[in-house]
Design a protein around this ligand. Sequence first.
Ligand code: ARG
Length: 566
Amino acid sequence: MIDFKKEVINSILNIENSLDQDEIESLIEIPPNYDMGDYAFPCFKLAKTFRKAPNLIAEELAEKIGEGEFFERVENAGPYLNFFINKNKLTETILEEIADKEDRFGATDIGKGRNVIVEFSSPNIAKPFHIGHIRTTVIGNSLYKICKFLGFNAIAINHLGDYGTQFGMLIAAYKKWGDKEVIESDPINELLKLYVKFNAEAEEDERLKDEARYWFKELENKNQEAVDLWQWIRDVSLKEFNKVYDLLNIKFDSYAGESFYSDKMHRVIEELEEKELLKESDGAKIVDLEPYDMPPALIQKKDGSTLYITRDIAAAIYRKEHYDFYKNIYVVASQQNLHFKQWIKVIDLMGYDWAYDCVHVPFGMVSLEDGTLSTRKGRVVFLEDVLNKAVNSTKKIIEDKNPNLENKEKIAEQVGVGAILFQELFNGRIKDYVFNWDRTLSFEGETGPYVQYTHARANSLLEKGEFNLEDKVDYSLLKEDEVISLIRLLYNFPNAVLDAFEKYEPSFITRHVVEIAKAFNKFYNSCPIMSAEPEVKKARLNLVYAAKTVIKTGLGLLGIEAPSKM
Ligand code: ARG
């Protein structure tokens, strides 16, 4: 595919050698609208070299460069040199590229030979998998897919919260009041009840806390009864979580959660000791982070038990040894910013030069319209229920609008779940946002169903028009403004993917895909296809095919299906 930005650089280099390629590249801008060209080169920097006003330089350069193969016009507007792409060339190059690469259009091999870990979702065992977990789950899954698309060897890790003192409580509570059958009938709710009851009673009766400590120690000592109970609790919880992962079509490469590091912690503590980083504080062991304006990292409690942060340190070291990662990405809520800053600093203090290859990708909170989410107040909204509700509402809409649709169960699932994913991935991740049912499920506006519907419409056009990818196309027949706007968006898709990766921001793709869908619908409304002259029809169908292909790829990177009929 022609890289027009490179051609801008080349045409400047051809006549002007006081700047090198990289300098020119860093100066090139994209004008705010296309009336001002596709690329702009500001001439301020050259003014010094030539001791001339930048306007004059821009004017002279414009004249020297003139028009050429890649640009239909090169003009100056004040100190800027503006380049207008040759639209025929643009159309030809992009449509040929998409026809050639198909669903690999936009893919690269920049990640070849590099391992990238994307850790996401990581719910806590025996606790509800609620709507608050949705963001890590879907942002993480999308980043994982983006990494793969760019050629990285991506590894999806679910760092389950399956260890810690709360398991002492659960085991103690189960031994007191638990009933296996009852729990198996509704694991998460029943385990949660046990947990809440235990906490309440422990407020009154200190001895319960000792019992919990005792059972956690037994778990650490690998007492068979404790380990078996823990394993069972983990299994029944994971079975529940998997219902959600199945609905979302998410697969992990590893479920090595916190417990996986239980036997890898003493090594970390020894190493911290050796490197003279540990300090005693009231019988506990800490790493002092005061010089870095942070509270101390509590590594080991007075009773010898380790903590969440200790497990994160052990996990990072293990992952480096095991995967030799290029990047180790954590998609975790911004409430944990300090936690991540602390332990990554500890890794740095341990002398590991890869400390800052561990990247925390934070995100803001989701709340519900009727108030914030709170597990403590019992206002838990299960993620599975939200997804099912979306699927059911979609089923109703389909029954209403298109009752004869084949495979409607499956499609309702793809559209319902897709609607939720799309909403989640539409806003920048760092902002807090309020979950709104109506907006999510609407077929209009910037929503998942709107984009999916556009894709399905494109698909049926291709069928009706008997589109054949092998047909020769006269690209010069594609010239309307609506066509060119769509073409430009398709051309910029690979950049949107790269930006999404570099900023860990899938919303760049979501927004780009919506723009493509909108531009497609404008094109479709103003340029008739079926009734057009045969050659024009062929060319327009080719564009429909390209748009459909890119929309599908974009949705795929977000973890959203693109049904061919709706
Ligand atoms: N289980 C934790 C929670 O639900 C999230 C774990 C995040 N990952 C990590 N490596 N600390 O809050």
